[in-house]
Design a binder for this molecule. Structure first.
Ligand code: FAD
Length: 469
């Protein structure tokens, strides 16, 4: 192993970091169980070293050297993942994409921008805004995540209802395969040239290769922007309103429906007690925004909605990326986490009811609620938040697992999808077989075997146990 460190060090010089601080800073992402393990003195083992390549060719060399030494490689973007996609074991090498940063090419006429994969998400957005353009992809973690990580986890942005998610803003990518070959997809608006290889890397969570460049399809900054809000007697009535709006063809970028618990908690000044709260942001040409505001108001009224002060949207826009520290809760013996699932319109309300009933039966549960934040013609997501304080502090991890198990099982039983946008990581692996089915999982495993026969790229992530065999 020290031979590998020497060879990597010859390749990268000071960009191979072996100091404890660098290794400790890259040993895990923001998964709650990682944070809890730290608190309980069970921190992830430190990796052997952190490699910081500056080009796709250097990434290829790192992968080749690690492969020769049979050493696993964990790719680290911004470290903002919340599913345990990064958690090192001793002897592994972390490949940090931090130095693969910056804009490579901006084509204002074509509405395309190519970034190196380690570019921070907000830095990328700001760079294209200088040209009057936007990527339109606004995950809450935009200032924490790398653009490569956003693709590798199939992320969703807050403006998704009009602009789509990671897969919709991605025009092309470059990735280094486990054996060091460099794969580039073409920058064309569409192709019917066999299966779309971008999809192999969207959501691949570091197991099929290292994404080194990301080309986004852009749009001009909107001419107009307006907020809008309504409250409803029940969550289901709000869902009906959204379904009607989308069915008719309207596409407000931000459509967020909070259940009664969350409406009261997050919009106290605007949401009357006992009501579900719908918040929208409209963007686009001024004429479209005006027309859409009227159409949405009509559909909401028909579903029993009452107009609320649109200042709630300004409040949301101002505070939308603030998240409370999970550590603070953990120190008080409380585990808080969020779980995002999705379902078609006819299944989503039964799923919402089923999973909240199930969560509220967990011993020590303090809160369970949900909102819908990404809607589509055929359905929507549920973003569930739970807080649990077991009687014994030593049972925090077990209580957490129980909450997850209940939400995953309720989702599968209701015919929903187990992962809307945070990915699989380590936390959802036990349910991936049920999500994909035996043939689906076998296909994924076959791809892994073909591309990475020694299972050296991010072992322990995405594929359920036994995949390495
Ligand atoms: C406060 C907060 C808010 C969040 N909000 C959202 C949200 O609104 N929407 C959303 O979708 N997610 C959200 N997330 C989850 C997370 O930020 C996203 O999943 C993000 O895409 C992770 O990007 P990253 O660069 O930080 O990846 P990392 O955490 O570094 O890595 C995530 C996974 O991708 C792999 N990976 C990273 N970079 C590459 C690469 N270049 N090539 C191949 N594999 C790679 C890693 O090995 C790992 O498996 C949030 C997280 C936090 C902490």
């Amino acid at each position: 192993l020290s031979d590998l460190v020497e060879r990597l060090s010859t390749l990268l010089g000071p960009r191979l970091r072996t100091d404890e601080a660098a290794r400790a800073a890259h040993c895990r992402d923001r998964w709650v169980l990682g944070e809890l393990a730290d608190l309980e003195g069970r921190a992830a083992p430190l990796p052997l070293a952190v490699a910081e390549p500056e080009s796709a060719e250097e990434v290829a060399s790192v992968l080749r050297l690690c492969r020769e030494a049979r050493t696993p490689v964990v790719t680290y973007g911004g470290g903002s993942g919340v599913c345990g996609g990064v958690r090192t074991a001793s002897g592994e090498v972390v490949l940090a994409t931090r130095r693969l940063a910056g804009l490579v090419e901006l084509g204002a006429d074509d509405l395309v921008a190519r970034f190196r994969a380690g570019t921070n998400g907000l830095a990328a957005e700001k760079r294209v805004q200088e040209a009057g353009l936007t990527i339109g992809h606004w995950p809450q973690s935009i200032d924490l995540a790398s653009v490569g990580g956003l693709i590798a986890t199939r992320s969703a942005g807050q403006y998704s209802t009009a602009y789509g998610n990671a897969e919709d803003v991605l025009l092309a990518l470059e990735a280094v395969l486990p054996d060091g070959r460099i794969l580039r997809t073409r920058e064309t608006p569409r192709a019917a040239a066999g299966p779309d290889l971008r999809q192999l890397f969207l959501g691949s969570e570091g197991i099929f290769g290292v994404i080194t460049e990301v080309t986004f399809s852009l749009r001009p900054l909107p001419e107009a922007m307006r907020g809008q809000a309504f409250h409803f007697g029940a969550f289901g009535a709000g869902l009906d309103a959204i379904r009607a709006v989308l069915r008719e063809g309207w596409r407000p970028p931000v459509v967020r429906l909070y259940d009664v618990t969350e409406g009261e908690r997050a919009f106290t000044a605007w949401c009357p007690k006992g009501r579900a709260f719908l918040l929208l942001v409209h963007e686009g040409p001024a004429a479209l925004v005006e027309t859409q505001l009227r159409a949405v108001a009509a559909r909401c009224r028909e579903a029993g909605g009452v107009a609320a002060d649109a200042a709630a949207a300004d409040h949301w826009l101002e505070h939308r990326n603030q998240v409370p520290s999970l550590r603070g809760f953990l120190e008080k013996g409380i585990v808080v986490d969020t779980i995002e699932v999705a379902a078609t319109w006819s299944r989503v309300l039964p799923l919402y009811e089923r999973l909240l009933v199930s969560l509220r039966e967990v011993p020590g549960i303090l809160a369970a609620s949900a909102h819908s934040s990404h809607s589509y013609r055929s359905g929507t997501n549920l973003y569930v938040t739970f807080a649990v304080r077991p009687a014994e502090r030593s049972a925090m991890a077990a209580a957490y697992d129980e909450c997850w198990r209940r939400v995953m099982e309720a989702t599968l039983a209701a015919g929903g999808g187990i992962a809307h946008h945070h990915g699989i990581g380590r936390v959802r692996r036990p349910w991936l077989a049920a999500e994909l089915g035996p043939a689906g999982l076998a296909t994924l495993r076959a791809l892994k075997r073909a591309l990475d026969p020694e299972h050296l790229l991010n072992p322990g992530v995405l594929l359920p146990d036994g995949a390495e065999a």
